[in-house]
Design a protein around this ligand. Structure first.
Ligand SMILES: Nc1ncnc2c1ncn2[C@@H]1O[C@H](COP(=O)(O)OP(=O)(O)O)[C@@H](O)[C@H]1O
Ligand SMILES: [Mg+2]
Length: 607
């Protein structure tokens, strides 16, 4: 009983978490282990054979015996070479397989985490986990574990042989060992802390570089290269300081430990010399003793350095598995309910929804209640920062309401399987980003099996076909990183084409045409109108013309619905919407319209 409770209390080494991943490779590992033990045994037998070699030369003076022993020794090393090859190859290959599996698992776990997780992390840090921490674990598996066992065998085998063959000299050797082990432990702790600091600083530097490099036009247009250089440079400098500190610790560590170990060897040798003079042992015996003593000392030094490697690996494993253990905030329902059959578009309803982005954050939505009837198109209007995008992101459950709930066809979103929910909801985001792939691949992102005809049809509906045709390679043109080779309006039309392929039941347009010029906006709006037909739609509108087509208009600000009704009603009433609408009528020029449209709202929010 005491035993089991104490194992519970002891923190489990994160490296143990690798063990289940080693299971499938147990045969390769067993073979490697056998090879390792056999090779170590040969290593341990070596001083014994040398003893015969020496005695053949110094004591017996028999050339025949000398030859035989030498040939035997070479044969032994030949076998050892084969064993070493088997062990190194099998372990290396297994380690690479385990690391590859770990990387893919970690990555697929990251993909399940909700957007909220990523707003608090930077991607540079996460890619560092995938790259360098996983590599560290690979080195542990392929090299350090084997080295550890080899040195343990050398240490204990060497000590045992010393005890049997040279009991008188062994005592001196043994007194040295605890001193080395204890100092190794202490330094290992310091080194581990120092290594974590280095890794953290490097991750920060990476994050700065990645951020600047992904938006180089912003950096250059504001002439901030110098500042970015300094920011990265200062982080690298602070990583450097920590790394130099780590080198210092390492240096002191190795200096001290090797001194203690080899100082001990010197003491032992001195004693051995006295025994030879007293004719208590032969020269061959002293040489073989010497070799064992060196083997033991080298094993202690190697174990000490492996200890620090082990500490580093623990840190890496901790970070990898912490990430692996991060539970997605948005979870699949434990008891999912199948949605009622979707012959008709479903209704979407917000029931007294309160939302904030975190415990400490201000409320963004305060008791929002609204129902979108099946097939209804509702427009959402409000100043920037009113929470419109937030409302949209609650529908596919990028976030969950802090209080209250949302239903689709009468079922709480949290009870619908995520796949089903997200298939039912289509969003054209405010600022769509594309993948560095072809135009066609980007349009078909949500439906990879789409045929070329389907893709073209969707592109035509989104009025994207015209500009795609004009690209150098048409649908096969590369769009660049994040779609940077296309204009904002072109990206937006590709995002709309995606929706035409997806054919969702609920359509959310988050200022979907905001980057388009007036002419293409009109064309795309016609297309969107046909897409809205037979769908429940939430249109977050930037320009009021879009709003006029909606069945109902909601005016939101400060997390609440201030007004709602048909465009005509609201426009003739004396509210926020009316002021906004009149503001737009004052000027026919679309670019001015936007400014004028925004101003009345700003007055309201200011007041
Ligand atoms: N990930 C986030 N974490 C914390 N606050 C956020 C986050 N996203 C948006 N906000 C805040 O929520 C408010 C509403 O934002 P948003 O819904 O994007 O407004 P809108 O789309 O109406 O312009 C803003 O004040 C914004 O600062
Ligand atoms: Mg928005």
């Amino acid at each position: 009983m005491i035993d089991s409770s104490s194992t519970l209390a002891r923190p489990v080494s994160p490296l143990r978490r690798l063990i289940p991943r080693l299971q499938p490779h147990r045969y390769a590992l067993a073979a490697a282990a056998v090879a390792l033990v056999a090779s170590a045994a040969i290593g341990l037998a070596f001083p014994l054979v040398v003893r015969y070699l020496m005695d053949a030369a110094f004591e017996v003076r028999d050339p025949e015996m000398l030859n035989r022993v030498a040939i035997f020794l070479i044969g032994l090393f030949g076998i050892q070479a084969v064993l070493n090859f088997v062990q190194v190859f099998l372990l290396g290959a297994t380690a690479e397989r385990v690391v590859a599996g770990l990387r893919t698992d970690l990555y697929s776990h990251l993909l399940t985490l909700s957007p909220g997780f990523f707003t608090n992390r930077n991607s540079g840090e996460l890619t560092a986990r995938l790259a360098s921490d996983c590599s560290t674990l690979g080195t542990v598996l392929s090299h350090q574990v084997a080295e550890f066992f080899r040195q343990v065998l050398f240490l204990f085998g060497g000590l045992a042989l010393l005890a049997v063959l040279h009991s008188r000299l062994m005592l001196t050797t043994v007194t040295v060992a605890p001193i080395v082990v204890l100092s190794a432990y202490a330094f290992g702790q310091i080194l581990r802390k120092q290594s974590t600091k280095v890794q953290d600083r490097l991750a920060q530097a990476n994050a700065a570089a990645e951020e600047a490099l992904t938006q180089i036009p912003v950096v250059q247009s504001f002439v901030r290269e110098g500042w970015e250089e300094q920011r990265y440079g200062s982080r690298i400098q602070s990583a450097l300081r920590e790394a130099v500190g780590r080198s210092l610790v390492r240096g002191v560590f190795f200096g001290l430990v090797t001194f203690i170990a080899f100082g001990g060897v010197a003491v032992v040798l001195w004693e051995g010399g006295r025994l030879v003079i007293a004719q208590e042992i032969t020269a061959g015996e002293l040489v073989s003793f010497l070799l064992y003593a060196v083997t033991v000392a080298a094993a202690i030094t190697a174990l000490a350095s492996l200890w620090s490697g082990y500490q580093e690996a623990m840190g890496a494993a901790q970070r990898v598995f912490d990430l692996m253990d991060t539970e997605p905030e948005i979870m699949e329902p434990r008891h999912s309910e199948a949605l009622p059959p979707a012959s008709d578009p479903g209704g979407l309803a917000f029931h007294d929804v309160w939302f904030r982005y975190g415990q400490e954050e201000p409320w963004i939505l305060r008791g929002l209640s609204v129902e979108l009837k099946p097939g209804e198109a509702v427009a959402l209007v409000g100043p920037s920062g009113a929470g419109k995008t937030t409302i949209a992101s609650l529908v596919p459950r990028f976030w969950d309401p802090t209080q209250g709930h949302i239903t689709l066809r009468g079922t709480d979103l949290r009870r619908i399987p995520l796949i089903e929910l997200r298939t039912a909801v289509g969003i054209v985001p405010q600022d769509p980003l594309l993948f560095a792939d072809t135009v066609a691949a980007n349009i078909a992102y949500g439906k990879p099996e789409a045929t070329a005809e389907e893709i073209e049809r969707a592109a035509r509906l989104a009025h994207a076909h015209e500009f795609i045709e004009r690209l150098a390679e048409g649908y096969d043109s590369q769009v660049g990183e994040r779609g940077s080779r296309l204009s904002g309006g072109q990206r937006q039309r590709i995002a709309i084409a995606r929706i035409f392929l997806k054919e969702p039941e609920i359509l959310i347009l988050d200022e979907a045409t905001s980057s388009l010029d007036t002419e293409s906006e009109q064309l795309v709006e016609q297309a969107l109108e046909s897409a809205m037909r037979g769908r429940t739609t939430l249109i977050i509108a930037h320009r009021l013309r879009t709003v006029q087509r909606a069945d109902r208009v909601l005016v939101v600000d400060g997390g609440e619905i201030l007004e709602q009704g048909r465009h005509a009603e609201l426009a003739s009433a004396d509210g926020l919407y009316a002021r906004l609408y009149r503001g737009q009528l004052l000027d026919p020029e679309p670019e001015f319209v936007e400014e004028a449209a925004v101003r009345p709202f700003e007055d309201v929010t200011a007041g």
